[in-house]
Design a protein around this ligand. Structure first.
Ligand SMILES: [Zn+2]
Length: 203
C-alpha cells in the first residue's frame, strides 16, 4: 500500500523496486474496496509503472491457478490489470480470432501476458451465463457468478499504445472480473452461490 505511513526502516526496504509487493488478502487490503484512478498515459513508461507491471507479472506467474491480476490486489489503486498469457493458452477457446492451441504446450512458449491500462468496457453482450470463479484476493473459496458471454475492452498496453480487444468466453469473463476490481467490487458481491475449496487441497 502506498499511502500507509512507514517507519524509516520500512522505507529503506520499500525503496528497493523489486519484490516488495504481494497479493494481499481481502481483509488486509482496503484498496480492494476503492475506485481505482486512471493513469496518465505519459506515466506508463515511467520506472514506477514499468516496475509495478513487472512485479505484477512475476506475482501472477507464481500462481498456479491465477489467470489475471489487478493493481488494487497488490495495494495500488490504479486502473491497470494483467491477464496471464499462459492461462489464456490453457483456457483456449477465448476469442474466435485467436489461433487454436495444441494440447501439447510444452514445446511452445506461452503467449506474452496482456497488460490493460485505463480499460473501458465498450461493448458487452446481453446474454449471460453462470461461471465458476475464484480470486487471488479471496483464497480457498469459489463462487458461481452470472457473466456476459462477450465483452469488448479498449485500453492502453504497457507501451502506451491504445488497442481494442473483443473476447468471448474465458477472456470475456476475465475482463468483467478485472473491471470490477477497478470499481472496488469483488466477485463475492455478485456470486449467486459460494463454496469452500475442497479441504484436501488446502494447506
Ligand atoms: Zn480477483
Amino acid at each position: 500500500m502506498s499511502n500507509v505511513k512507514k517507519t524509516p526502516a520500512e522505507l529503506t526496504h520499500d525503496s528497493v523496486s523489486n519484490g516488495v509487493r504481494s497479493i494481499l488478502p481481502e481483509n488486509k487490503n482496503p484498496i480492494l474496496r476503492q475506485i481505482a484512478r486512471e493513469l496518465p498515459v505519459a506515466e506508463i513508461g515511467t520506472k514506477n509503472i514499468q516496475g509495478l507491471i513487472g512485479e505484477m507479472k512475476a506475482l501472477l506467474a507464481k500462481e498456479k491457478y491465477g489467470v489475471a491480476l489487478a493493481a488494487p490486489q497488490v495495494g495500488e489503486p490504479l486502473r491497470l490489470f494483467i491477464v496471464s498469457g499462459r492461462a489464456l493458452a490453457r483456457g483456449s477457446r477465448n476469442s474466435p480470432d485467436e489461433p487454436e492451441h495444441d494440447a501439447k504446450e510444452t514445446d511452445v512458449p506461452p503467449p506474452p501476458d496482456q497488460v490493460y491500462i485505463n480499460p473501458k468496457l465498450v461493448k458487452m453482450s446481453r446474454g449471460k451465463s453462470n461461471k465458476h470463479e475464484g480470486c487471488l484476493s479471496v483464497r480457498h473459496q469459489w463462487g458461481i457468478v452470472p457473466r456476459a458471454e462477450k465483452a469488448t475492452v479498449r485500453a492502453y498496453d504497457e507501451n502506451g499504445v491504445e488497442f481494442t480487444r473483443g473476447a468471448a468466453g474465458f477472456l470475456a469473463h476475465i475482463f468483467q472480473h478485472e473491471l470490477d476490481h477497478l470499481e472496488g467490487v469483488l466477485y463475492t458481491d455478485k456470486a449467486i452461490e459460494m463454496y469452500e475449496e475442497d479441504s484436501d487441497e488446502r494447506k
